[in-house]
Design a protein around this ligand. Structure first.
Ligand code: SF4
Length: 335
C-alpha cells in the first residue's frame, strides 16, 4: 500500500545513542514487478519452461531463483529457440514491436509481462509522434524500457537523452551562427518510469528554453511511475524523520531506480551506497553511524532486504520494530 504517513510503531523504542536500522515506508518490489513475476511463474508452472528475453527483473538473486522454476533468460528469440524453448516472454520493462514479429516468425508462444505503466509510455510515444512531435525519451539509452519506448515510437525522430548535451541540438530556436543547431518546432518529452522527478524537471526546463522561442511548442509528459516516486518520497521522509547517518539502497547493479534512490540520498546530504548484497557493506561506512536508513529498488525481493538488516544486526544495529514493511496485496498504482 502506498502510505504517506510515517508509522511510529515501526520504530524501535530505543535511546538516541543506540545503533539502529530504520526503513523507508515504501521500499522493494513494486506492483509491476510483482505482477510480471506472477505472470511468468504461473505460465511456467502450467505450460513448461519459458525464456524471458533479457532479465525478468534486474535482480540476480531473483533471476537465479526463477531459473530453478523453469524461467531462464535468453538474449534473443533465436537463442531461446536454439536452446529448445517453445515459449518466450517480454519482461516488465517491455520490448519494441519487433519481438512479437520475431516470436511469430519462429513459431513460439509469446507471454507479455510488460508493466502496464510502461505500456502507457509506449502508447503515449506513438501518439505524440503521430501528432508531429519530435520525441525525447528522458532516460538511459541502453535500458530495455527506453529502447522499447523508442521501438514503439517507430520513427527516426525519437531519441533518448539524460542531459542537454545528449541532444542533437545546441541552440535556441531562432539563434543563428556557425555550428548552431536549433530544435524543431514541436518537441515532446516522456520519461523512463524509474527516473528522478527533480532531475527530469531540471532537464526539461533547459530543453523547453531551447524549443519555445520563435513559436516552438514543447510538451512534457511526466511518466515517472507512482511506485518509483513513492520510493523516492519515502526516502525523503525517512531522512527528515529519523536523523539518518548512512543510507543503504539495495538493488541489482543494473537497477535504474535503485541507483536513483542512492542519488536522492546523496542529494539530501546523507552518504548513500547502492549495494546488491549484504557482503558489499563496508565497515568504514558505518564507523560513525548511529542510525542506518535502508531503502530498496522496485526489483529487490524482501528476503534480500531482510539479509541486509540481519547483516547490520550482527554489527550492532537494532532491526526495525515490525519488520521491513507492510504489503497491501490489493494496491494498484494510478495509471
Ligand atoms: S518501476 Fe513502475 S513502471 Fe517499472 S515495473 Fe515497477 S510499477 Fe511498473
Amino acid at each position: 500500500m502506498v502510505t504517506a504517513t510515517p508509522d511510529a510503531s515501526r520504530l524501535a523504542p530505543i535511546s538516541q545513542t543506540q545503533r539502529r536500522v530504520v526503513v523507508a515506508d515504501e521500499l522493494g518490489y513494486c506492483w509491476g514487478v510483482r505482477r510480471a513475476l506472477d505472470i511468468v511463474q504461473d505460465a511456467a508452472g502450467k505450460t513448461g519452461p519459458i525464456a524471458p528475453i533479457g532479465d525478468v527483473i534486474h535482480n540476480p538473486q531473483v533471476v537465479e531463483r526463477l531459473r530453478a522454476r523453469g524461467v531462464e533468460g535468453a538474449g534473443s528469440v533465436d537463442e531461446a529457440v536454439g536452446r529448445g524453448f517453445h515459449r518466450v516472454a517480454i519482461t516488465a520493462h517491455g520490448m519494441g514491436p519487433h519481438l512479437a514479429e520475431q516470436a511469430a516468425a519462429a513459431n513460439v508462444e509469446l507471454i507479455d509481462s510488460t508493466c502496464p505503466l510502461v505500456t502507457k509510455v509506449q502508447r503515449l510515444a506513438q501518439k505524440l509522434v503521430r501528432q508531429g512531435y519530435f520525441l525525447v525519451v528522458y532516460g538511459d539509452a541502453y535500458h530495455p524500457e527506453v529502447k522499447s519506448v523508442i521501438g514503439w515510437a517507430g520513427t527516426s525522430k525519437a531519441i533518448a537523452a539524460k542531459k542537454v548535451a545528449d541532444l542533437p541540438w545546441n541552440a535556441r530556436r531562432g539563434e543563428a551562427g556557425e555550428g548552431k543547431v536549433a530544435p524543431p518546432r514541436k518537441v515532446a518529452v516522456v520519461s523512463q518510469t524509474t527516473k528522478n522527478v527533480d532531475e527530469l524537471m531540471k532537464f526539461t526546463s533547459e530543453l523547453s528554453a531551447m524549443v519555445v522561442p520563435e513559436g516552438g511548442e514543447f510538451r512534457l509528459c511526466n511518466t515517472i511511475c507512482e511506485p518509483t516516486s513513492e520510493r523516492q518520497n519515502a526516502l525523503k521522509r525517512l531522512v527528515e524523520r529519523d536523523n539518518v547517518d548512512v543510507i543503504l539502497a539495495i538493488g541489482g547493479r543494473k537497477s535504474s531506480n535503485t541507483a536513483r534512490l542512492a542519488e536522492v540520498g546523496n542529494a539530501l546530504g546523507v552518504a548513500s551506497y547502492h549495494i546488491e548484497r549484504p557482503d558489499e557493506i563496508e565497515d568504514a561506512w558505518l564507523e560513525q553511524a548511529t542510525t542506518v536508513g535502508v531503502t530498496a529498488g522496485a526489483s529487490t525481493p524482501d528476503d534480500v532486504i531482510e539479509e541486509v538488516v540481519a547483516a547490520l544486526a550482527t554489527r550492532g544495529f537494532a532491526p526495525p520494530v515490525g519488520g521491513i514493511r507492510p504489503v497491501d496485496p490489493d494496491y494498484v498504482p494510478a495509471y
